[in-house]
Structures are given as structure tokens and as C-alpha cells.
Design a protein around this ligand. Sequence first.
Ligand SMILES: [Zn+2]
Length: 498
Amino acid sequence: MAQCYICGCELDSRKTKPEHIIPNGIGGKLKSREILCDKHNNELFELDQVICKDLETHTNRLNPSRDNGKNPSTRCKLPTGEKVILEPDGQYFAEKPNINVNKLEDGKINIQYSTYYSTNSKHKDFALNQLKSITKGVCQKQGFSDENIEKELKKVDELFEKSIRTDFNPILWFQFQFNSSGKLFLGLSKIALDYYFYNKLSTEYVEEFLNKFKEQDIIFINKNANYYYDKVFLTDSIYHTLILKGDKSNGLLYCIISLYGVLNCIVFLNRNYSGDDFLCKYSYDLRNQKEVIFDKNPTIKRDMVENILKSRQFFDEIKNTQEVFMSFFKYGSDKEIKKDLELFEKNVEEEIKLLQKKNIISDKSVFYDKLAEICNNHIQSNNTLKQLTKYEQERIHQEICKVITYEYYLHPFLLQAINKILLLAIEEAIVNNPEVLNDDNKFVDFIYDFYTNSKTSIKAINELLITKKDNIKKIISNFIKKFRAEIRFISQYSKNYK
Ligand SMILES: [Zn+2]
């Protein structure tokens, strides 16, 4: 029976609460009912929150699907310094509207109210209602009659609408900080241990680490874990990735963790590892909501460990990964997307032209694989298209396949084949069947039959010769019309020569 890795109590997987190995609060999907009892699941929840807090702005921005609960709102600033609350669906509003109520010299009361909100935000109603309730309060204090209060409130309605100013290109400033609680690596260690026991590996090799973890010995944990910005992680989408490796020859047992591709770290669970070699990997694409195969196998040599644990400067690395993360949110205007789509189509077309100059691809499926590869490369190098989800990218690829078909690709090869055979067919007619030269239709039929009988070495071209019968007869007919005089002359000449 499975046991809780903290207290060792036996777990009934039908009753135990599922433990999220990567916190649910950052869209983690991997879970197990066979690693923690409910008590320790609850107790250690605090460490999940440590991670969720540090990644709050990222979770807010991406708004990943999660098993339960809501994604967080986050605070950001306008360039003017006003604080704004940003909701995970992208709507935002001023944290605190600016309100001033002043009595003027002439005894009139002046109410100033200013706030910010995104288009369609519910905050507009909130702001209007707040302003009206302030106005009502002021009027009542001044002894206004109900009728006059109603009049004033109507004025507020009109004035409010008239005073709205729109900023078409608002800038929002974000800030985030890792290890804000000082317990970040404890939280990451929990992910490493969760994943270790999720894979049903023996407690024997992580005993010391586990004991220090239970004691919440932050000094020990911090000495065995650090940020880790190796180039091993995928950057074509936003992923949560776990790599757990037991490496006997280097005597190391460690877990590499990448959250949103931005918070990347390594936890050494045992630096005197003597167990068997193994490798467990998990990678979840948050934008496309699916687990993906992660085929890399990073190796850390024993002599690299000190350096990995010692490094303290990660500003540039974090900045770079943050740029990758944000690159998926810069959609651009419709105009930009249209321009990028046109650029993409042009690039793909040019690549196909190059392909047509190389050796013929005589297998249809090989051609479509190649086309998919070309499409994908150009989507990934395109600023706006790379932000689309895999599903949307697949739609673009399908559209391209409708235009650039295998037949389209074969076209120049078909022309080459026709030209080659055409001369042979005319020669055959002149030498052995001169009577067809007197009737254009017969001549065209003769040449076409010659084609279908002689066959090229490429099956696909042979098929096209048959399916494109009408087109090819037209090409032959045009050729004959153009060169009728020459053909007659040669035919006459060869007759005389005989
Ligand atoms: Zn327990």
C-alpha cells in the first residue's frame, strides 16, 4: 500500500486527497493520491503558495486552466504611477479611485473623482455607482429635496459619460521577485520530492534530504538547490517541466524544475548517489493544454556541481526567459498579424520554389512532411504567428496544404517530363507514322498515347499524365500549332532523304 512520504502512514488512494506535484495554483496538472496523507497535504500547502506568490504575475498573464479555484489578480502600475489591479482575464481597474470633496468659497461643493478601467470592465459600473453615492450623501447633508437629488444624480450620469477619456495604447508596468518569502527553495524541494515519490522510487536514497526538508532546514536546502538556467528547456511555448535523474557514474540524484520556463532551478536530492541510473521526465504545454514528450537528457558531471550551486547572478538569464514568456502575449494589431501572415506565405512559397529546383520528392507523404517542417519553422520565426496556439497554427498549416498541394509541387517536374518526351514522340511520328501529321487531332492523340505508353521513372508523374489528360493535350496542341511549319519541313526533308 502507498504511504505518506512525510509520516509514513498508509494511504487509501480512494479516500486520499490528490496532491498536485506542480501546484494547482500555477496550472499544475500532474497529481497523485499515493504520496501524501491529507494532513500533510494541507500542512505543506503553504509551500505551494510560496511558489504561486512568486509567479503571480505570470499566472495572471497566462491565466492557465486549473483543477480548482481562480487565478490571481495582480497589481501593476501605469506610467503615471497609479496602481492598477489586473485580473487574469486581462481586465484592469484602478486600485483606489481618486476622490476629493471640497467646499468652495462661494459655498458650493466640488466633487472630483478619477479612476481607470479597461474597456468593458465591470469597474465602470462600480465607479459610477460610487460617484453617485458620494453625490447623494453630499446632497443629503446639504438638505436637498429628493426631487433635487434625483436631478443631481441624472447630471452625474451625463457628466460621467462625457468625461471618459480613452487611451488606445495603455502601458502597464509589472514587477516580480523570486524568493520573496525566503522559502522558495523549500517549495521547489517539495516539488522534487513529490515527483520522486510519484515515480515510486525508494526512500533510501533521499533519506537525508527528506529529513532536512521535514525540519524545514532552509540553510541545508539552500546549499543543495539553486536557480538553473541551462538551455535544456523548450522555448516554443510555455511549459512546466520536471527532469528527475539518478546518475550512478557521477554519484548524483537531482531534479531539474522549470515553471513557466521562467523560474528554472535544480534540487540535488543526493550528492552521493549509489542507486541505479534512471531518468523521469514530465513536460506540460500550458498554452496548448497538453503533456508533451521531452526528449532531452541533460547530464551534470560531478565537477560541475559546486559551480552550479555557487552561482548567484541570474539577472540576464531571468530577463531572457521572461522575454520568451512575454513574446507569447504581444499579439500585435490586426494590421501586424495580416502583414506577418503575408510574410509567412511568401517565405513558404519561396522555400517550395527552392525545393522544386532540387531532386524530385517522389513520395507524397515525404513531401507533406517536408511542407509541415517548412511551415513550422516559419511560424516559429514569425513574431505574431508564433504566439498562436498549436491548434491555430495547425489551421494555418492546413490552409497552406490546400494551396501548396503535391500536384502543385510536381508541376515543373511534369513540364520537364513532357518536354523531354514531346521531341521523341514527334520524331516517332515523322519516321514511322507520317500520316498523323496531316490531322492535328490525330497528331495530338498520337503524342499523348506515346506519353502514356513510354512512362517516366516517377510514378507520381505517370499518374499526373493520366489524370491531367485534357491539360496535357492542350499543351501538346499549342506546341504543334507553334511549330507546325518546322515539323512539316523536317517531315518533308526526312521523306526526301529516304
Ligand atoms: Zn502524512
